[in-house]
Design a protein around this ligand. Structure first.
Ligand SMILES: [Zn+2]
Ligand SMILES: [Zn+2]
Length: 310
């Protein structure tokens, strides 16, 4: 019936309408629909005035709660008892308040072979590079995240092709950059969600926390929070040690310990400035390692050993 009405709405020429209805009847017959049902629906549709179908009918608002069932021919007569026996439901005081009007019975198409075996959506190949925004309504990081590929941090010539990470990524090494000047690059790492760490940075800016280089930089003349941008450089580190090695690699690559806001070389500082504390809020690691270990670190950096710089 619905298909017949749709044809009637589309076909302005009666001959065209007859031709399309014929096709529809054949289609239903091939699908083994009973002839009686097809005939009844076709006659019913032919009696409907086309002009009436073309005028927009506004729906009257109602409070009826829909009861959705998967379509089954045995349930076709379900609506009648629902309406008829509704009065018995209303005898129960707890239900009476919930159902001021009879429930609306609705059917949805059950899964069929086509829906089980195929999908109308084409698989999208995952992007291999570039940070992305999470697009969550209340996200406070999206507007700061840089999605450009490649990206060259201010004051450097290093081309970065960041991996496909978002504000929600965790276990990451990240870079903060300043859009106002080229002295605001900062490399950091966190094992927790990036958005938490980023919000901490924002808080130090709002509070202009002394001793926090990031917080102090964005309080310089002409600077504000809108100048702060971020980019995630890597994730999926198998240990904290490897993540911090990567952080150090980026500090050295982008020279942020000299021309930026990093106060030290990250993990190397554990070896050389064990009790320095400062920005990172205290000593790191078990204590100054033997000189051989520091030497090995620099040798590995020079040879770009993959085990160290993941
Ligand atoms: Zn976001
Ligand atoms: Zn700046």
């Amino acid at each position: 019936m619905i298909d017949s009405l749709r044809i009637k709405r589309i076909c302005s020429d009666p001959l065209d309408y007859d031709r399309q209805i014929g096709k529809l009847i054949n289609h239903f017959l091939r699908s083994d629909y009973p002839l009686k049902v097809i005939k009844k629906a076709t006659i019913k549709a032919s009696k409907v005035d086309r002009n009436k179908l073309l005028t927009y009918s506004s729906k009257t608002p109602h409070q009826r709660i829909p009861m959705v069932f998967e379509f089954n021919y045995k349930l076709t007569k379900l609506s009648r008892p629902l309406v008829k026996d509704f009065k018995y439901l209303r005898l129960d005081p707890s239900i009476r308040d919930l159902f001021s009007d009879p429930p609306l019975s609705a059917r949805r198409q059950p899964p069929n072979l086509r829906s089980l075996l195929t999908s109308s959506r084409l698989p999208q190949p995952p992007a291999s590079h570039g940070n992305r925004t999470c697009n969550k309504r209340r996200c406070q990081v999206c507007k700061h995240i840089i999605t450009d590929v490649p990206f060259i941090p201010p004051g450097t010539t290093t081309k970065i092709r960041p991996p496909p990470l978002t504000c929600d990524s965790s276990n990451v090494v990240y870079l903060l950059v300043c859009t106002r000047c080229d002295r605001g690059n900062y490399v950091g790492e966190t094992g927790s969600k990036f958005r938490l760490r980023f919000n901490n940075h924002k808080q130090t800016i709002r509070d202009n926390t002394q001793g926090f280089t990031v917080g102090q930089h964005y309080n310089l003349p002409g600077h504000d929070l809108n100048d702060l941008k971020c980019i995630l450089l890597g994730s999926s580190f198998t240990s904290q040690q490897i993540r911090r090695n990567s952080e150090t690699k980026w500090v050295l690559t982008l020279n942020t310990h000299i021309a930026g806001l990093n106060r030290d070389l990250g993990i190397i500082s554990d070896y050389t400035f064990h009790n320095r504390g400062g920005f990172r809020g205290g000593p790191r690691g078990p204590g100054p390692p033997p000189f051989q270990k520091i030497l090995k670190f620099f040798q590995l950096h020079k040879t770009k050993d993959k085990a160290l710089f993941q």
